[in-house]
Design a protein around this ligand. Sequence first.
Ligand SMILES: [Zn+2]
Length: 264
Amino acid sequence: MLIDAHAHLDRYGDTLESALEEITQHHIFTISNSMDLPSYRRNLEIGEMCDLVLPTFGVHPWNAPEYADRLEDLSEAIEQSPMLGEIGLDYHFVDDASQYPAQRKVFEVFLAAAKEQGKIVNLHTKGAESDVLDFLNRYEIQRAIVHWFSGPLDVFRELVARGAYFTIGVEVLYSEHIQTIARELPLDQLLTETDNPGGPRSFIGAPGMPLLIRDVVQVLAELKETTVESIVQTVQANLGRLIRDDPWLSDTYVYQISWRHNNE
Ligand SMILES: [Zn+2]
C-alpha cells in the first residue's frame, strides 16, 4: 500500500472524483491536511467518501492571522481531529514579519493540545525550521511528521535525533538539497507525500494527482539503493509504527495500515 502522509484533498475542485478513484484503485492511504475550519469541514466530507482518506484539522501558518484573535473557535475541531495538521510556522513565503506573532500564537495552541491530548502533528516549517524545533522541544511533542523539510541540515539532524518522521515529496525529483536529505534520513523515519494538488504545481505545471506518489517512491528507491517494493513496505511499516496504539485513530485506519502490510 502506498502512503501519502501529506495532501490537501479539499483543494481538488472538479477533479476530486478522479483523484479519489486513483487513491482507491492504487491503494494510496492519504492523510488529508486542513488549512482552516472550512477546509476541515470539506476534508471530513471527503473522508466519508473514501476509507483510505484520513482527514485532519490544522490552521496553516498562512491563515494564522485570521484565527489568532478567536482561538476558542478552534477547540472543538482540535478535540475532534485525531491528528493535527497542517500546522507550523512559515518565515519564507510569508515575508511580512508582523504576522509571525500570530503564527506562533496559533501554532502554540495546537502544540499545547497535541501535548495534552497526545496527538500526532503534521508540520510546516518553511524558513522557520529552528523555531519549530524549539517549540517541539518546549511542548515535548513526541510524535511529529515533518512535511517537505527543505531547511538547514543541522536542524534536520536535530529533528531526526528527536525521532521525527519526514515526508519526502515531489521536490526530491528536482532538488539536490532534498536528495541529500532523503539520502541521510534513516529509513525507519521515512514517509512519503505529494502535498497535492497545489504542492507539485510549480514542478509539473499542473495540479498534482495521487499517483505522483509513485514517482517519489521510484526516486527514493534509487537514492536509497533499494527496490521500489522495499520503499513501499518500509514507508507503510513506518506509518503503522507511528500510529500504532494511537487512542485517537479509529481502528479502521490502524487496521488498514497494519492488515494490508501483513497480507499484501
Ligand atoms: Zn501542505
